[in-house]
Design a protein around this ligand. Structure first.
Ligand code: ZN
Length: 228
């Protein structure tokens, strides 16, 4: 039997819109693809804008932040996750990097970094917008980022916020494609076509995507894939 060393674990973004937190593990290497806020979970306990979380640990106790060892800044243990990759600056994909251990690098497009830093300055007292000292590392299409044995290729897509990307992650099991959010009906559909072309070329073994409002009837389609 062939032993497969790659897995995808979904800590959010399944059976809900947004809240994407996808852990890709390959042998000993762990990266998160997005680490966003779950609107559905948060709404159960907080009523925005009047009632907001005051302590980071409360979010974990309530299950709004997943229980992960060596990942948060309120946890004294050494970082166990090697990197976080953000597809774009929408809160449901990026906001919870506020809570991560500052030793973990956060890769994203330059535009995403600027948007998140601007939000952090505008809402300086809000726990969920604190990106101070986050170890940002920005990329652009054409770059290839190496994290241990993983190679990650970001490719631009068109979306309703500028600076959005999808990822092609080259693992020991083959390519895993994560689309992030994208559209083909916007102002720059050729960017999405570029991503689709690159993703196809990579002959992926798994594609992770999220789709809301595929038609006017608000069909919600989620693909949940696990390599095993
Ligand atoms: Zn989005």
């Amino acid at each position: 039997m062939v032993k497969v060393n790659t897995s995808l674990t979904f800590y959010g973004g399944v059976d809900e819109i947004g809240g994407n937190k996808i852990l890709l593990q390959d042998k000993g290497t762990k990266i998160f693809l997005d680490f966003g806020m779950s609107f559905a979970l948060k709404k159960q306990y907080y009523s925005l804008p009047f009632l907001s979380p005051r302590r980071e640990k409360n979010l974990q106790e309530l299950g709004i932040l997943p229980k992960l060892e060596g990942f948060y800044r309120f946890d004294d243990r050494a970082a166990e996750v090697d990197a976080v990759f953000l597809s774009h600056a929408h809160m449901d994909h990026s906001a919870y990097i506020s809570f991560i251990n500052r030793e973990i690098p956060v890769y994203c497009g330059e535009t995403t970094k600027i948007i998140l830093q601007a939000l952090g300055e505008m809402r300086a007292t809000a726990l969920e917008f604190d990106v101070e000292d986050v170890l940002f590392r920005s990329f652009r299409t054409g770059d290839s980022i190496t994290v241990d044995d993983l190679e990650i290729e970001p490719v631009h897509v068109d979306h309703s916020v500028p600076g959005a990307y999808g990822f092609i992650v080259h693992t020991s099991s083959g390519a895993v494609v994560y689309t992030g959010d994208f559209r083909a009906h916007g102002t720059k559909p050729e960017m999405t076509s570029d991503f689709v072309g690159k993703a196809k070329e990579a002959e992926p073994v798994a594609v992770v995507t999220e789709a809301t409002n595929m038609t006017g009837a608000s069909i919600i389609l989620k693909l949940k894939l696990r390599i095993s």
